[in-house]
Every structure is written in C-alpha cells, then in structure tokens.
Design a protein around this ligand. Structure first.
Ligand SMILES: Nc1nc2c(ncn2[C@@H]2O[C@H](COP(=O)(O)OP(=O)(O)OP(=O)(O)O)[C@@H](O)[C@H]2O)c(=O)[nH]1
Ligand SMILES: [Mg+2]
Length: 310
C-alpha cells in the first residue's frame, strides 16, 4: 500500500513507489490514481521532444536547474531510458540525491519502455499526475520524438517543446507534419553549430504555413544547452504559451482532447487485459500466432476465435 499522505507531502520514496505501481500496472494502481486525480492540476507540465541526440536531456537539465534556483520543485520523467540522463553533472548528482531522499526539490524518473504493452503512455501520464499531486511546481517530460506513443505523451503536456538542431533541413521536411501540430515552442539547440540561422529561417517559413486552431504563433528559441545559453529565453517562451493558453478556451479544448485520448487508452488497455486473462487466451496466443505464421490460419479468424471463446 502506498502512503498517500506521504505521497502528497512529496516524500520521494512514496513517489517512487507510486510510480512503480502504475508502471507495473499493479493491482492497487487504479485505486491510487483515483485518489491522485483530484490533487492534480497545479503543476505546469512541460513536454520536451526532438530527434535522438538533439540535446533534450541537456536542456531539461539546465531548465530544471533554473526552476530549482527560483525555489521551485521540479519533477522530471524521462521516457527513453536507452539514453540515460546524460545532462550536466550537477543534476547528475541530484539523481542520486533524489533517490536517497536528500533533495526533495528535484525528482528524476525514467520510465521503462519494455514489457509495457500499450501501457507506456498511460504509465507516463500517470507518473506525471503523481508528481503533480506530490506538489512539484514544474513537471518536465522528455521523450524522443519518434513513435506514436512518445508524440502522444508530449501532447498531454501544458506546453510542448520541440527541439531541433542546425543542419537538419531534410529532417524538417520529413517530420514537418508531425511537429507542426505538437510544438508550442520550438528550440534550435546546438546553436553554436553552423547553420542555426538557416534552420531558423526554414522553420519560420514552415510555421508560417501552419494554421493552429488557437492562433498561437510558436516562438523559436536558440539555445546552447551545454553552455547554458538561451535557457532563460526558453523558460520565458514556455511561460508565454502557458499564460496565453489560460486566457482563452484553448486550455479546456486541449484538456478535453487529452482526457478523451486517455480514456480511450485506458479502455483499450483494460479490455485487452480482460480478454487475455480469460479462458487461457494468453496461452492460446502463442499457438494461434504460430498457426498464422505457418499459414494454417489467418489472423482475422484467429481474432474471431479468441473473442468467441470469451
Ligand atoms: N555543441 C553542442 N552540443 C550539445 C548541445 N547540447 C547538447 N549537446 C551534446 O549533444 C549530445 C546529446 O545530448 P543529450 O542531451 O543527451 O541529447 P538527447 O536529445 O537527450 O539525446 P537522447 O535522449 O539520446 O535522444 C551530448 O554529447 C551533449 O553534450 C549544444 O547546445 N551544443
Ligand atoms: Mg536524452
């Protein structure tokens, strides 16, 4: 059982336990989340995405430091554990400190991507909610901008930041469709490299073609994360979208869309788990898939059989 009193007081071990519980889909997780939900809505949630190696962790590191220096509590959820938090040594030290409970102001957690059938985005969004309920002022979520799950996760943030690097002209074209709708703030990191200006121009022209339903004009911030340059500007850009969103009904529209997506995701996860747990379906899965592989049976018949034998 998770001590929710300690959790809401921001006690690191209770937070860690709560996140593990939603991650593994433990029996009490749903009950826990029912208690957590009413306590959420206070934190500002910042999603950071971008291609591998763009400098997301370095940016999160510096941004978290800035927030911490302002006296705020910062929770960080990292969805790509294949690339461990490679940011600056300062927060690197905090990782250890947070886990042993010495620093209550920064909490860093990686989400396991493996063995989490369809539940990764749900678990991540739950982890963010737990940190929100635990009293963190800012919750930052880092995900690699590839894969549907990762993109969906970033969409659930209050402010979504897309990180680009100079000299990725072709990439911009390729990811254009995806990033256009996600980015509330764009960062050109590694601005110490050649081509930052050109990338900015390309991005500007792409953004000018986009039509956002809320008419927001996403700012472009240039940063050099490794030298802590532009971090203040980034924090201001994030703030400006957050303020903008609060003014109109964009916030509710967004929250409505997120809620719908979460509801469908939960339903999907629950229904699948229910079906798999019935009548030894989980065991039959192996036999049926082998039959499909050997072309003894087609997948549609197999699905129909599973649902019929329920
Ligand atoms: N020159 C330069 N290098 C940078 C900058 N920011 C980050 N780097 C370097 O880029 C590399 C990747 O940085 P990360 O912060 O790990 O990038 P990431 O996007 O989190 O990477 P993944 O999580 O693996 O996708 C590291 O070697 C950083 O030191 C920058 O502004 N300029
Ligand atoms: Mg990273």
């Amino acid at each position: 059982m998770i001590d929710t009193e300690k959790l809401f007081a921001g006690e690191p071990r209770s937070i860690a336990r709560a996140i593990s519980s939603v991650e593994s889909g433990a029996a009490g997780a749903a009950e826990l989340m029912k208690v957590v939900f009413p306590k959420t809505g206070r934190a500002m949630i910042v999603g950071i995405t971008g291609s591998p190696g763009a400098g997301k962790s370095s940016l999160v590191d510096k941004l978290a430091l800035l927030y911490k220096d302002r006296g705020e509590k910062v929770g960080i959820v990292c969805v790509d554990p294949s690339s461990p938090f490679s940011g600056g040594a300062i927060l690197g030290d905090r990782i250890r400190m947070a886990t042993i409970g010495l620093d209550k102001n920064v909490f860093i957690r990686s989400m396991a991507t493996r063995g989490n059938m369809g539940g990764l985005s749900r678990a991540t969004v739950d982890a963010v909610a737990i940190l929100d309920a635990a009293g963190f002022d800012k919750v930052i979520v880092e995900t690699v901008g590839v894969g549907q799950d990762e993109v969906e996760i970033v969409k659930t943030a209050d402010v979504s930041v897309v990180v680009l690097v100079p000299g990725m002209g072709d990439d911009i074209q390729a990811i254009k469709a995806g990033i256009m709708e996600i980015g509330d703030v764009f960062v050109i990191n590694k601005a110490d490299r050649e081509g930052a200006l050109r990338t900015q121009k390309e991005l500007e022209s792409l953004l000018s073609l986009a039509h956002r339903p809320d008419f927001w004009d996403p700012p472009i911030v240039k940063t050099v994360a490794t030298e802590s340059k532009g971090i203040e500007d980034l924090s201001k850009a994030i703030e400006s979208y957050n303020d903008f969103q609060k003014q109109g009904d964009a916030s509710l529209t967004r929250k409505h869309a997120i809620a719908r997506w979460r509801l469908l995701g939960l339903l999907q996860e629950r229904l699948l788990a229910e079906v798999l747990n019935k009548n030894g379906t989980n065991e039959r899965l192996n036999k049926l898939s082998l039959e499909i592989a050997k072309k003894i049976k087609d997948p549609y018949t197999a699905v129909a059989e599973i649902l019929k034998s329920e």
